[in-house]
Design a protein around this ligand. Structure first.
Ligand SMILES: [Zn+2]
Length: 224
């Protein structure tokens, strides 16, 4: 079985340590990590880089970050956008929204996949997504999904959204089509992806779950 970790960070390259994991998506969280992540992707072709500013770190943003982000993405067709989003439990929601929208606009313009962090703010994210035509929306990965089943349904039925899990919650798995499921460590070494895939395979009664999840992740990496 081949597995791609759909969401990690630069300090945890899953395929170096986990059996069955062949590639890792590393999400930057702030601009000071971008160069480090570029260096890693230059050396290891199985690391896929997503660049952005995480909602926890919007206070540290320097002027012009969005231009630097756009130029960085233009310099490499395989780079994606992440980790971006909104978090109700972190300060300055207005700035979080502004920073998220700027980065999301770049994803639309350059047609790059987005790795989305959303905690307690699905109403705001869905409101923003509704401002765009479905056909304009980039591929979106809702990472570490923790919303309601209603929101899960809305996401699955609205555009090109994949749901990425770092734990197996049967209710979520039952309500997510197998062709929308990804698995991730979120940079945590106690999350064993091959175990997760086995559990998902059981819940879905789908022997090919591992292969399908792998193919789902490839679609995201190909920005489609
Ligand atoms: Zn993360």
């Amino acid at each position: 079985m081949k597995i791609i970790d759909a969401h990690s960070h630069i300090d945890y390259i899953s395929h170096n340590v986990q059996t069955g994991v062949v590639a890792t998506v590393c999400c930057a969280t702030c601009e000071s990590e971008w160069q480090n992540l570029i260096n890693i992707t230059n050396v290891d072709k199985n690391v896929y880089g997503a660049f952005g500013v995480h909602p926890w770190f919007v206070a540290d943003i320097k002027d012009g970050f969005e231009l630097r982000l756009e130029n960085l993405l233009k310099s490499n067709d395989s780079f994606m956008i992440g980790e971006i989003g909104l978090d109700k439990y972190k300060p300055d929601m207005d700035k979080q929204i502004d920073v998220f929208q700027k980065q999301f606009e770049i994803a639309i313009k350059l047609k790059r996949s987005v790795f989305l962090h959303c905690v307690g703010a699905w109403d705001k994210i869905l409101h923003i997504l509704k401002q765009y035509k479905k056909s304009e929306l980039p591929t979106i990965v809702a990472h570490g999904f923790n919303g309601s089943v209603e929101i899960l349904d809305t996401l699955i039925n609205n555009g090109n959204v994949f749901i990425s899990f770092n734990k197996v919650v049967p209710e979520y798995i039952q309500n997510t089509p197998i062709n929308k499921i990804l698995v991730e460590t979120d940079g945590k070494n106690n999350i064993v992806l091959s175990d997760m895939v086995d559990k998902i395979s059981n819940i879905k009664s789908e022997n090919n779950a591992g292969e399908i999840i792998y193919e789902n992740t490839l679609k995201v990496l190909q920005n489609g």
